[in-house]
Design a protein around this ligand. Structure first.
Ligand code: FAD
Ligand code: NAP
Length: 314
């Protein structure tokens, strides 16, 4: 049996939303506890340069997240390395169970669990995950020095991953299902100028092919989206970068969600369908999904939680 810890505000998640909520809730003297989850620092720890966070012309994603953690800590936020496995929203105070065995009780909860990489759902993708198939170029790019790699997707992540992978690979092929990228123009320009990158339009990944002993990727089969023609492309690595889905599994059965599992908040606030439970960041946002918007929402959630607690204590 683990410990029980009570807090006025429990913040679940350690991305820009969680840490910003930590700064604001600490300065409101609410002595918040922040549980970091499996990815301390969140999605930005899986990238390199961040060039659009105000105040930093360029900063490494992991460095920015260390600074945010230090900031929250300096303001008095207690930061705990644990994963919340259950959240009981029917009790007051709310009860959250940690994977460590610790039980957290809280007067208000800020959900800032963000989003996770989506997969295509192919059997062969699953088979080679960790053995040539990856969703994180920063984590795995180094293993493909001098080899040919493919990246699937057409958004900011896919383009950034393709550009980053040219540091290691002899050639990167970006495969997209349309002939128009969703990525920002500045990234598109960099991609099109990079001689190591080839783009293959109107193609979808059909199958990852490779060897069993040892398990490893040797190529892919792609299908033309208009003609159905199958082409084989030799490669040692496949990076899937087709977007992110909200990490809402803790609350998907109890809170109102929309657009495929994003937690619904009252317009202009962080209030969810249960009073006292607030949500911020990518978990609630299927439109903007940026570090700065997530941080802004973390601020809103802490201010909303502060008001909720003040009214509760009246
Ligand atoms: P996340 O950053 O997703 O963090 C979620 C947190 O919740 C994690 O700490 C995780 O451990 C925690 N968590 C999840 N489940 C639990 C649980 N059960 N218990 C406890 N904790 C839990 N945006 C930009 O503005 N500029 C960029 O340059 C940029 N580059 C990017 C590059 C890549 C490769 C990716 C993937 C995204 C990028 N983004 C960028 C988007 C940006 O990272 C996200 O918008 C932002 O991180 C969302 O912040 P968040 O706080 O909502 O959640
Ligand atoms: P995204 O913008 O949702 O793009 C996903 C891409 O994958 C799209 O091009 C989409 O194709 C494609 N795709 C989706 N499902 C597919 C499937 N089943 N098969 C083939 N292709 C598929 O996701 P993201 O690039 O991960 O970005 C997520 C958020 O993070 C965005 O808001 C983005 O701005 C932000 N982000 C920002 C930066 C930055 O600011 N530098 C960097 C990375 C991420 P279609 O275009 O045809 O739909």
């Amino acid at each position: 049996m683990g410990d029980t810890k009570h807090t006025k505000v429990l913040i679940i998640g350690s991305g820009p939303a969680g840490y910003t909520a930590g700064v604001y809730a600490s300065r409101a003297m609410l002595s918040p506890i922040l549980v970091q989850g499996i990815e301390p620092g969140g999605q930005l720890t899986t990238t390199t340069e961040v060039e659009n966070y105000p105040g930093f012309t360029e900063v490494q994603g992991p460095d920015l997240m260390v600074k945010m953690q230090e900031h929250a800590q300096a303001m008095g936020c207690e930061i705990i390395g644990d994963i919340i496995t259950e959240l009981d929203t029917s009790k007051r105070p709310f009860v959250a169970k940690g994977d460590s065995g610790t039980v957290y009780t809280a007067d208000a909860v800020i959900l800032a669990t963000g989003a996770r990489a989506k997969w295509l759902g192919l059997e062969s993708e699953e088979k080679f995950k960790g053995f040539g198939v990856s969703a994180c170029a920063t984590c795995d790019g180094f293993f493909y020095r001098g080899q040919e790699i493919v990246v699937i997707g057409g958004g900011n992540t896919a383009v950034e991953e393709a550009l980053f992978l040219t540091n290691f690979a002899s050639k990167v092929t970006l495969i997209h299902r349309r002939d128009e990228l969703r990525a920002e123009k500045i990234l598109q320009n960099r991609l099109l100028k990079n001689e190591k990158i080839e783009t293959l339009w109107f193609h979808e990944l059909e199958e990852v092919v490779g060897t069993d002993m040892p398990l490893g990727v040797t190529g892919i089969k792609v299908k033309h989206t208009k003609t159905g023609e199958i082409t084989e492309i030799p490669c040692a690595g496949v990076f899937v970068a087709i977007g992110h889905a909200p990490a809402s599994e803790l609350v998907v059965d109890v809170l109102e969600t929309h657009n495929g599992g994003y937690v619904k908040v009252e317009a202009g606030t962080s209030k969810t369908s249960i009073p006292g439970i607030f949500a911020a960041g990518d978990l609630t946002d299927h439109v903007y999904r940026q570090a700065v918007t997530s941080a802004g929402m973390g601020c809103m959630a802490a201010l909303d939680a502060e008001r909720f607690i003040a009214e509760m204590e009246d």
